[in-house]
Ligand binder design. Structure first.
Ligand SMILES: Cc1cc2nc3c(=O)[nH]c(=O)nc-3n(C[C@H](O)[C@H](O)[C@H](O)COP(=O)(O)OP(=O)(O)OC[C@H]3O[C@@H](n4cnc5c(N)ncnc54)[C@H](O)[C@@H]3O)c2cc1C
Length: 399
């Protein structure tokens, strides 16, 4: 495996890091207070063509892969995890499945607008009754799709859609939702069928009639990012908006989560790096017992662990991304990268707060935000328990 980034990948990483340091970090706390990503920051991200990273060139983007998605997600998360997940949900949860499974007509219709950030992506899989057991959507409650001539009619509720309410705060921009629904034409009464076979995926624009953001969540962490419940009420969607084939939605959802987990592992890696940055600086400046606290071995132990976790997590992310970009299945590697990086992020954030003493607990210092932000990486795109399940299933099959 090649461990060096190409010149282009390094340039993208450096550019995003500079952007994060100069444009994102100074306003991260304000954005958290406002409970939203600053629309001017979204404009700047669009100006840097970040939203086009994973849009194929023939549809108006840069046509880059998971390695680049991960590098951008990691560099942004080093300065603000909310900004990072806003990018990741767009690139990895919407663009990836759309351009991998969507028709040329669909990709041509939406590609240029997604690349420019005029359309921002959201991924609507989770429902009030369906989380870890994602293939159970639309069975008891949730979103159902009924065929009506050349259209489908969607009814029901999705929850926890990252970016789901972005259009409410960004006049002139719309959200494009990838919505997974129980396809009643295929599912019927469900007898004798596999739950995954009765799911169809649709793209729906946020200004479609019957598409309503019913709630934006107030959260523990990644506070500035939008996490929305979306209600579909007799929402009419053309069959031309089906991604892949009817009934292929279950496969598309699982394939998307594989890559999405690499993205969240990258986000968690960025959070570890932010803990290291803040802790190294504080430990050098803070004096106790007549010397900088960085001279105490117990403090150095924490710094060593943060550096080691960031280094290892980055390698795991790049390995999984590299294999995915070569077209290999990486369920196990993606789950391990996410599991390792997210649990390390939580541990390193706890250590970073500890290293800052009382200052770690107050909002004048950023580490309390890193601590709250780190937690979500152990939950979304599959909890740590589910990652262990995926890895165990893969490893047991390999006997
Ligand atoms: C801020 C935020 C953003 C999100 N963004 C999105 C998004 O963009 N799109 C989207 O579709 N979803 C999104 N989600 C949903 C997220 O992916 C789910 O919350 C997550 O997968 C867990 O599902 P759940 O909340 O229903 O928990 P549950 O499935 O109810 O799990 C509860 C507990 O039981 C455990 N558990 C469940 N099954 C098993 C098992 N078989 N073995 C062992 N333990 C088990 C879980 O690990 C967990 O600890 C988001 C959630 C949040 C909070």
């Amino acid at each position: 495996m090649e461990f060096n980034l190409t010149d282009e990948q390094q340039m993208l990483y450096d550019m995003t890091t500079d952007f994060g340091r100069n444009e994102v970090a100074p306003i991260a706390q304000e954005m958290e207070k406002a409970h939203r990503i600053d629309p001017a920051l979204i404009d700047k991200m669009a100006g840097l063509e970040l939203f086009g990273v994973h849009v194929p060139e023939k549809f108006g983007g840069s046509g880059l892969g998971y390695t680049e998605i991960s590098l951008v997600g990691m560099a942004l998360a080093r300065f603000d995890a909310s900004t990072s997940v806003t990018f990741l949900a767009h690139a990895s949860l919407l663009c990836h499945p759309l351009f991998r499974f969507g028709s040329d007509e669909l990709c041509g219709r939406y590609g240029p607008k997604l690349a420019k950030g005029d359309l921002l992506g959201t991924y609507c899989l989770t429902e009030p009754g369906s989380g870890s057991d994602a293939m159970s959507i639309g069975i008891s409650g949730g979103v159902k799709a009924k065929r009506d001539g050349d259209d489908y009619i969607l009814n029901g509720e999705k929850i926890f859609a990252t970016n789901g309410g972005l259009h409410l705060h960004n006049p002139g921009r719309k959200v494009l939702a990838l919505v997974y629904a129980r396809d009643m034409e295929l599912w019927g009464d469900g007898k004798g069928k596999k739950t995954s076979d009765g799911i169809t995926a649709f793209v729906v624009e946020s200004d479609a009639k019957g598409f309503t953001v019913s709630k934006e969540e107030d959260k523990l962490g990644i506070v500035a990012s939008s996490t929305a419940a979306i209600t579909f009420e007799d929402c009419r969607v053309s069959k031309a908006n089906v991604v892949g084939e009817p009934g292929q939605g279950g496969r598309i959802a699982l394939a998307t989560l594989e890559g999405g987990r690499i993205g969240i592992a990258a986000q968690a890696t960025g959070i570890i790096m932010s803990c290291l940055d803040a802790s190294r600086k504080y430990a050098a400046e803070r004096q106790q017992f007549g010397q900088p606290i960085s001279s105490f071995q117990r403090i150095q132990d924490k710094i060593v662990e943060m550096w080691g976790c960031a280094h290892t997590a980055r390698l795991l992310v790049l390995e999984a991304a590299h294999k995915k970009d070569k077209g290999e299945r990486v369920d196990k590697e993606a789950s391990w990268a996410k599991l390792y990086a997210s649990e390390s992020a939580m541990r390193c954030a706890t250590q970073a707060v500890q290293l800052h003493g009382g200052n770690g607990y107050i909002k004048d210092f950023p580490v309390e935000r890193y601590f709250r932000d780190a937690k979500i990486t152990e939950i979304y795109e599959g909890t740590s328990e589910i990652q262990r399940l995926v890895i165990a299933n893969n490893v047991m099959r390999e006997q």
